[in-house]
Design a protein around this ligand. Structure first.
Ligand code: ASP
Length: 342
């Protein structure tokens, strides 16, 4: 078998940051310097190529256009590599991995995102292990030569997560990510244990690229005592095409005629509403409590156990794919690429 070929795409993030001597703040530096800081990479018997996606950025500056650029880079190079590693800031990495899972459906090769909590130049950095194992995962195949991982995944602190099932949960711990509603894809110890039953396998014959996301959406997190007036402008279908409601527990909200009427008017004028839970674990069950029956009555879409990051990506994907309200609802109700348990 020939040596695996892996493409590393560098977007920025702490992994490649240094202290600005003037301001003391962390700022991104170029990939060549990052690569030079990890001499261990030369020991790989993989062929590793690198590509910088423009100026490195803090991931807070990520957006759907840049998600599309990452997806397009992978798509354009798909035939030439066995796997891809994307270096990305941790802050919004879970949004990007979710978005890429919708942009690149039908993957038969691994796309492994990673980053770090400490810059690679620092002595206690977590970046080296994260990068080295991410590369190993991107080149890994089973005994028949097929890639073990055939989806967008996020590797961090010895664990591999499904890209559209993961969230950043800590600014402090090296274990910065968690996937509460879906098991790990793999775990790295003295060797890498792949959890075969958790892996995604697309039914699509080949990889398809779709980058035309529609970001004309709103994310509304409810809180007890929330006044309705200030959020009314978000329920204007001529301006906002889809609203994700982050509700309490199993999908509950305060009982308010004004709130219910606002949602119903919005949906009647073409708006899409998806109900997801604020809880990090568990799912929406509309009608379980009296305080969610109004959502059921209005036929608001249940996000079930989807994460906020995946809900945002899925909404942008569905609104980008079609203008038809029924088709949008249908897409948001389905499991498209392993992002929700049906
Ligand atoms: N602010 C950084 C970023 O998301 C944090 C990190 O990479 O850990 O780009």
């Amino acid at each position: 078998m020939k040596n695996p070929q892996v493409l590393i795409i560098y977007t920025g993030g702490t992994i490649g940051m240094i202290n600005d001597p003037e301001t003391g703040a962390l700022k991104p530096f170029d990939f060549e310097s990052l690569y030079a800081s990890i001499p261990e990479l030369k020991q790989f018997d993989y062929k590793i190529d690198t590509f910088s996606l423009g100026e490195p950025i803090d991931s807070s500056d990520m957006n759907p256009k840049l998600w599309g650029d990452i997806a397009t880079t992978i798509f354009d190079n798909y035939a030439n590599y066995d796997g891809f590693v994307v270096l990305h800031g941790t802050d919004t990495m879970a949004f990007t991995t979710a978005a890429l899972s919708f942009m690149l459906q039908g993957l038969k090769k691994p796309v492994i995102f990673t980053g770090s909590q400490l810059p690679i130049g620092q002595i206690r950095t977590d970046g080296k292990e994260n990068l080295i194992t991410a590369i190993e995962l991107a080149g890994m195949s089973d005994s028949s030569g097929k890639p073990n991982i055939q989806e967008v995944a996020l590797y961090f602190e010895f664990q591999l997560y499904r890209g559209n099932r993961v969230s950043k949960v800590s600014t402090f711990n090296f274990e910065a990510f968690k996937s509460y509603n879906y098991p790990l894809l793999a775990q790295a110890g003295t060797n890498i244990k792949v959890h075969h039953n958790s892996l995604y396998r697309s039914q699509k014959e080949e990889v398809k690229l779709f980058t035309d996301f529609n970001a004309n959406i709103a994310l509304v997190k409810l809180f007890p005592g929330m006044p309705i007036g200030p959020i009314k402008s978000m329920f204007d279908a001529s301006k906002v095409e889809g609203v994700i409601l982050e509700t309490f527990g199993n999908g509950n909200s305060f009982s308010s005629v004004e709130f219910e009427k606002m949602i119903s008017d919005y949906m009647e004028s073409g708006g899409i509403v998806m109900n997801i839970t604020q809880c990090t674990q568990g799912n929406v069950v509309l009608g379980l409590y009296e305080t969610s029956i109004h959502f059921k009555r209005l036929e608001v879409i249940s996000g079930r156990d989807i994460s906020t990051e995946a809900a945002v990506a899925k909404m942008m994907y569905a609104l980008g794919l079609t203008h038809d309200q029924n088709e949008r609802i249908q897409l948001l109700t389905e499991n498209i690429c392993g992002e929700v348990t049906i």
